[in-house]
Design a binder for this molecule. Structure first.
Ligand code: PLP
Length: 423
């Protein structure tokens, strides 16, 4: 993988025909170190957010030794690029073959479940192993999340106690609870509410948990979505943990995906055609722009003149554009608005920022597209939760809206921002 000082250098030198994932391993390292320093427990990286080998290696090199995996290919990926790491198979529905291979061939001991049937499957597929860590995935309220993950997984409140008791009986090792408050969770209090729910279920079941796994959901920064400080999330989790019915040795785990990788990658695309305010690009919703199309997130953008000049040299004021991807499907449309110089046209390049999470991870081969290159760049990400760039992203039209949103999301008070000691 080649390293460039910044995306402009790459455009000047290569005028790339294919989309390029611009990756910043240093930004991954900064996020990883922040989590390890401020989260009072074990950090598992949720591989699905970005399964690229460079990301897994960067996390591993920055000290992340635990990975949340959901399939055998993810298990194999981690085994290859971060050998010796601990893996937790946190998908609540797994094939028997996957459970068995993960247990026997890769030493995976931690498995999630949200039904008695899955518990039986795990026990049978591991030959009634006695050394399992069994994590009961609870259904929790997911208010405040931009992306709810509650409909599909999680044992309902009233069924939780019997499953917790069964899991407790089934293992001599760790029994834990886990949940997911939903991705891009804008409210630290969502974790507190979920942990209080988990505590009530444990009390009703009359069992102690050895692990409380607060899942993922930690936010990144996108235009129009400026979350509270990350420190506020840590404060909320610590407070809720201290209020839970747990014992002295109960471990706290988390499984961030988005927050560790979102800012560390952007996408460089080429404009193939302009029709008024519509730009036809060489990547789209079947490539790395799934969220831009399906959740209509207006990702931040920068323009680079195809002749190798800075966007500031491009003529014209900023105007709102929408994007079309390269496939023949009309849903391959990203409404934006994306603010770009009025002079932009065929042959120019656009860098779309904050695409490290759920970007390249989503790409398909539909219509013959999906091939892309990867290059390392050394400039700062367009936005950052960890001090690498402004926390707000300049965006002409939604600046005002942004301010209103920040006020609406309850900001953590008091100790937020203070340094926290590690356990
Ligand atoms: C997707 C997922 C995560 C990561 O979620 P983010 O919102 O990206 O932090 C963590 N745990 C589980 C079980 C998941 O399915």
């Amino acid at each position: 993988m080649r390293t460039y000082h910044d995306p402009l250098d790459l455009v000047r030198e290569r005028s790339p025909e294919r989309p390029v994932a611009l990756v910043r391993p240093d930004a991954v390292a900064v996020a990883a170190r922040w989590f390890q320093e401020h989260f009072r427990g074990d950090v598992f990286y949720a591989v699905k957010a970005n399964p690229s080998p460079w990301a897994i290696r960067a996390l591993s090199e920055a000290g992340v030794g635990s990975f949340d995996v959901a399939s055998m290919p993810e298990v194999e990926l981690v085994a290859q690029h971060a050998p010796g790491s601990r893996m937790a198979f946190m998908h609540p529905v797994k094939s028997r073959a996957a459970i068995s291979a993960a247990y026997s061939d890769h030493g995976v001991r931690t498995f999630a479940l949200d039904t008695h049937e899955e518990l039986d499957k795990i026990l049978e597929a591991t030959g009634q192993a006695k050394d399992l860590n069994l994590m009961v995935r609870l259904g929790v309220d997911t208010e405040g999340a931009s992306y709810s993950l509650s409909g599909k997984f999680g044992v309902p409140q009233h069924q939780a106690p019997s499953l917790l008791m069964a899991a407790r009986r089934a293992t001599q090792d760790l029994m834990g609870v886990s949940f997911h408050v939903g991705s891009q969770c804008m409210r630290p209090t969502a974790y507190q509410a979920a942990m209080a729910q988990a505590s009530r279920a444990l009390v009703r079941a009359g069992v102690f948990a050895d692990v409380v796994d607060v899942g993922g959901g930690f936010p990144s920064v996108y235009p129009g979505m400026i979350p509270p400080d990350m420190a506020g999330y840590m404060t909320a989790i610590e407070r809720a943990f201290s209020e839970m019915m747990v014992h002295e040795t109960t471990e706290l785990w988390c499984e961030p995906g988005r927050a560790l990788v979102a800012e560390a990658s952007s996408l460089l695309v080429k404009v193939e055609l302009r029709k008024g305010d519509a730009l036809y690009l060489n990547d789209g919703s079947y490539g790395s722009l799934f969220d831009a199309a399906h959740v209509k997130w207006p990702f931040p953008v920068k323009a680079y003149c195809g002749k190798g000049a800075l966007s500031s040299d491009m003529k014209g004021t900023l105007k709102p554009f929408r994007f079309y991807g390269p496939t023949c499907d009309s849903i391959d449309h990203m409404p934006g608005p994306f603010w770009l110089p009025d002079s932009i046209g065929e042959g120019d390049y656009i860098e779309i920022g904050m695409l490290g999470a759920y970007g390249v991870a989503m790409a398909t081969r539909f219509n013959g597209f999906g091939e892309m290159d990867t290059a390392v760049v050394q400039d700062a990400p367009m936005g950052s939760m960890f001090g690498l760039a402004r926390r707000s992203i300049p965006h002409p039209q939604i600046e005002e809206e942004e301010t209103r949103k920040v006020v609406r999301f309850s900001r953590p008070k008091g100790k937020a921002g203070q340094k926290r000691r590690r356990r």
